[in-house]
Design a protein. Sequence first.
Length: 406
Amino acid sequence: MFDWDLRELLSPPGWDVFLTDHWQQQPLHVPGEGSNRFAPLVTHADVDRILAAQAGKADFPISVIGSHQGKGVPADKRSYDRTHWTPEHVAERVREGATVRIGNMARYAPEVARLVRAFETVIHTDIAVNLYRTPASSRAFDAHFDNHDVFIIQLDGSKTWRLYDPPRDLPMEVTFPGRLSLMQPKLPFGEMFLPSRPAVELRDEIRMRPGDLLYIPRGFTHQVFTEDEDSLHLTVAAPVITWYEVAAHALIEAAAESRALRTALPADFATAGIDAASQVPAEIAAAVATHLTADRIEASFDELAVRFVNSRQPLVEPGEADPVSLDSVLRIAQPMVYTTQRVTTHIYLLFRGAFVPVPLRCESMLDHMLTESEFRVGDLPTWMDDKSRVLLCQVLVDKGFLEPVP
């Protein structure tokens, strides 16, 4: 049984070096040295079994894209819906060099679901995993960059990744464009007036082999293709939560207090232009400075943290567990995402869609649980009796937050 701890998978160079030198900054290639460490995730046989059971269904997230290198995809083969992609049609396009992409792999492969839970324990965001199976001498996409960070896990075969300098620094996956009916449709002049992007330079070419892991920060352009053998890999997408989202969420709260932010634009603003409201931009900037305070940013941050933890799926169904005794040695169940909130007479321990209100008188015991890698129940610090130690631990074991040390 693998725990898929990203901190271990990125060694060497190790988690601390990754955070300091690579996270949101530079790509990182971790060779697998010919190991089969990722083999338990998905195999070709697994993919065949999934296609046989799911291909052709309207809710199966499959795409069949690309072709052999140097050949295009005929226009009449670009716009099929999912129900078209029966196993026979998939096989036909694969013979022409197409890549099979299956989304939401955590739904179809239990070990991938375990990997998702492990990754989101150390990178707090919604983790999504797509599978790509590409025949030899083929490519799925032209050179492009993503608005989210990705981790590439090579399962079988090989694939070449050309990495280029990013044309944009830290593009964002999530933005709040305001009134969607106005902001989403493209304007007739398109990108005519956008500043020109600097030319991107090739910085590295990596041939991914089984057991290799590659981290690519958002914004880095990449061009991907197979050469003399087929490839099977997973793309783990991590659309990180940004400070922009924290500030935007806080601004919604600030608008409730600022009349200036809630005031309508001039009735004929589109024709009259900004001259009709020349003094208002300064008033809006002042209102933002007044109401979008550091305290409100902090409160928005705390709320997003709680909402993230609350939105995770439970690891196990709560139920009766083995009895806890003073000699029981416990630890936080792995992988686990949790946070705490102090509310009047209790500390709310929130974890993966569940919560336990812990009385303040138990705070010293809770602190010990959260800071020690493992602990003996009878050693929990408290001014109360042994019964209280056992009772608190039994509740947290029953709820799935604690587990016995194997």
